[in-house]
Design a binder for this molecule. Structure first.
Ligand SMILES: [Cu+2]
Length: 75
């Protein structure tokens, strides 16, 4: 399944990591989420790349906008 790693500068502590993982896992089609406080990265595994705009919108909504949205790259 496709995996995308985002750079999310607003991650500052373990609480951010837990919030991001909990919220993203509730999105249908998201299979796995791993956020990292040290690297400020969020790895998402999705059923389809079509879901990435939703992932990005949700992250922005909860206060963690991504630096490198999928539209800018070929994932
Ligand atoms: Cu935090």
């Amino acid at each position: 399944m496709p995996v995308k790693t985002y750079s999310v500068p607003n991650i500052s502590c373990g609480h951010c990591v837990m919030t991001i993982e909990r919220e993203l896992k509730e999105l249908p089609g998201v299979k796995n989420v791993q956020a990292n406080e040290q690297t400020k990265a969020v790895m998402v595994e999705v059923e389809s790349l079509d879901l990435l705009p939703k992932v990005e919108a949700l992250l922005e909504e909860i206060g963690y906008p991504v630096e490198n949205p999928a539209q800018a790259q070929s994932a």
